[in-house]
Ligand binder design. Structure first.
Ligand SMILES: [Zn+2]
Length: 210
């Protein structure tokens, strides 16, 4: 276990190393951000995006919460999305779930009234919508499949959102894609869920629930 003092010492070394390698790095990044990606992922300590997709600091605008939910009634989610699209004009949004997600496991195992239970209810609703398919699976496969279906549901929540829809209507590029991260091999797998326009989404979505 590292102490806070060790972390601060590391930070001083890191900042010095960056200044050696790229003397104008902090001056340049302090001038403003121009990220190319909004990442919506799980808070799980093993699934931070910075290392796994190799983009430099300043490239990813991040929103993480338990079980990578885009909750349409959550002010935090909405503020991040609004800033990402209306101010930063970020063209790509990734919703990343992961296998081995504790939030997904909790959605399958119990319910309650504590804050975490109420948050996880949003994943439990996804389970309920797909209960027949999921209940036919063995427990591990069920959790993996629910993690995938949860990503799909969150992508649809984004596509339903006024901020995204208005951007699409005015022709602003917003590409939304769902992926899943496998903590066992470090690979990100696209789930075949990707929308680039309102017409794109409505073509798939008409007559079904996400
Ligand atoms: Zn998780």
């Amino acid at each position: 276990m590292h102490t806070i003092e060790q972390m601060l010492a590391y930070n001083r070394e890191w900042a010095a190393r960056i200044r050696d390698e790229e003397p104008d790095f902090f001056e340049r990044t302090a001038a403003g951000q121009n990220p190319e990606l909004l990442w919506i992922g799980c808070s799980d300590s093993r699934v931070g995006p910075d290392k796994m997709i190799g983009l430099p600091m300043g490239s990813i605008f991040v929103h993480r919460n338990i079980a990578n939910v885009f909750a349409t009634n959550d002010l935090n989610c909405l503020a991040v999305l609004e800033y990402a699209i209306d101010e930063l004009k970020i063209p790509n949004i990734v919703v990343c779930g992961h296998y081995g997600c504790g939030g997904v496991a909790a959605a399958l195992s119990h319910s309650g009234v504590q804050p975490i239970d109420l948050w996880i209810d949003q994943v439990r609703f996804v389970y309920q919508r797909h209960q027949r398919e999921l209940d036919a699976l063995e427990p591990e496969a069920r959790a993996r499949r629910l993690a995938e279906l949860n990503v799909e549901a969150q992508v649809h929540n984004l596509c339903r959102n006024t901020i995204v829809r208005e951007a699409w209507k005015r022709g602003q590029p917003v590409n939304i894609i769902g992926v899943i991260y496998d903590i066992h091999d470090g690979l990100l797998k696209p789930l075949g869920i990707e929308f680039r326009s309102l017409a794109d989404w409505e073509r798939i979505h008409v007559g079904r629930q996400g």
